[in-house]
Design a protein around this ligand. Structure first.
Ligand SMILES: Cc1cc2nc3c(=O)[nH]c(=O)nc-3n(C[C@H](O)[C@H](O)[C@H](O)COP(=O)(O)OP(=O)(O)OC[C@H]3O[C@@H](n4cnc5c(N)ncnc54)[C@H](O)[C@@H]3O)c2cc1C
Length: 347
């Protein structure tokens, strides 16, 4: 409704956007197409690092093991350049004149405040994404240490924290890639600078996996058609989301997610592994819960990682995390668990 009004007031006759292929995302697109039937839609595969037309592999033959995919692409595929300049319209003035963009208050969100302990205290939008890169790469040079810190749990700088901007299209994987190249030329090239690209290739991989397997990524048996026996006990689920399991490390991570919409990669791996491989709960319930809260929710990364951890996806070794030893290793002095498990004023 709002978009139609806006399109009419601005006399928009074409929309350019990223191509989506998963069911619910397509439903949104198709609804929009119906409502804006007088507008031409142009969609592109622009959310990838490696453009699907450039990789040396047919989609049907896409390897089910990440390393093979990564090596093939690294050897044979160039990352496309970013567009150098985009003509900017002075939308804000025109918006003010013709159209009022709804505010958060209009949508019923009266009091939004970031949790004081959040590890993601950032703002939305592409300027904020660029500021984050400016801080993480150029000012603090934290990029040079990324490989050693990326499994952290506390604070804003243990990892790049670029996922939320990537997920909503405020920044692209290619922009990050070319900024890393620049950093490697002007500041330093090391294992850490490479590792950020390595992780972006994981992101791409899950997108290719969902392109290949379509709706199977939402099936209980996953892309492997595994028939394990799964539970769906509501009480068990509630204990997990409310941080009341017997594992303080899982609890701390789940409380962080509930209170802030953020959880580190290490936390996500442990919380998901515990849910699927110790509680034997239908992994899709856990994935849907993450989907409902994660500030960086991305359909391909979320369901791809969940399948991987539940043993119905792309982990050839079907591993299970030992939660206690993970807590000892990554939260040695218990600071992270203390932060989230303590009763606080900011419930
Ligand atoms: C169960 C589970 C669910 C997840 N759900 C999501 C999700 O909905 N959205 C999402 O963006 N990521 C998801 N991830 C992947 C990963 O946890 C986040 O991308 C990462 O924690 C974001 O923090 P960062 O930007 O600081 O990452 P960094 O460590 O700085 O990595 C840089 C970028 O690489 C990509 N990346 C890193 N790790 C992964 C990974 N394992 N899989 C795919 N891409 C990766 C992300 O785009 C990330 O922004 C999930 C992981 C697990 C185990």
């Amino acid at each position: 409704m709002v978009l139609r009004e806006y399109a009419e007031s601005e006399k928009i006759d074409a929309i350019y956007f990223q191509k989506e292929w998963t069911e619910e995302e397509l439903k949104v697109e198709n609804n929009l197409r119906k409502k804006l039937s007088h507008i031409t839609f142009h969609s592109y595969y622009d959310q990838f690092l490696f453009h699907p037309e450039d990789i040396p592999i047919n989609l049907e033959q896409l390897p089910e093991v990440f390393t093979r995919f990564r090596k093939e692409c690294e050897k044979n595929t160039n990352v496309r350049a970013c567009y150098t300049s985009i003509k900017k319209f002075n939308l804000s003035n025109r918006l003010k004149k013709n159209f009022q963009c709804p505010t958060l208050e209009d949508m019923g969100y009266l009091e939004i405040q970031a949790h004081p302990n959040t590890a993601f205290p950032f703002k939305g939008g592409s300027d904020a994404a660029k500021n984050r890169i400016s801080h993480y790469f150029w000012k603090s040079k934290k990029l040079s240490y990324y490989k050693n810190t990326r499994n952290g749990l506390l604070g804003i700088d243990y990892s790049s924290k670029l996922s939320a901007w990537l997920a909503n299209g405020s920044i692209s994987a290619r922009e990050i890639y070319w900024e890393v190249q620049k950093y490697e030329t002007e500041v330093q090239k090391n294992q850490s600078t490479y590792w950020l690209i390595f992780e972006l290739i994981w992101r791409d991989y899950f997108k290719f996996i969902s392109l290949k397997h379509k709706n199977k990524i939402f099936h209980l048996g996953g892309i492997l058609d595994k028939s394990y026996s799964w539970e769906n006990d509501l009480t068990v689920f509630k204990k997990w989301i409310n941080g009341q399991t017997k594992e303080p490390f899982v609890n701390a991570n789940m409380l962080e997610l509930k209170k802030t919409g953020w959880m580190s990669n290490r936390g996500r791996q442990n919380a998901a592994s515990y849910f699927a491989k110790e509680l034997f709960m239908d992994w899709r319930i856990g994935a849907a819960y993450f989907e409902s809260l994660l500030i960086d929710y991305d359909v391909h990364s979320n369901y791809g990682n969940w399948m991987y951890i539940a043993g119905v996806g792309n982990d050839p070794r079907n591993r299970k995390f030992n939660i206690r030893s993970q807590a000892d290793r990554y939260d040695e002095n218990g600071n992270f668990q203390q932060l989230w498990n303590q009763k606080s004023l900011f419930e």
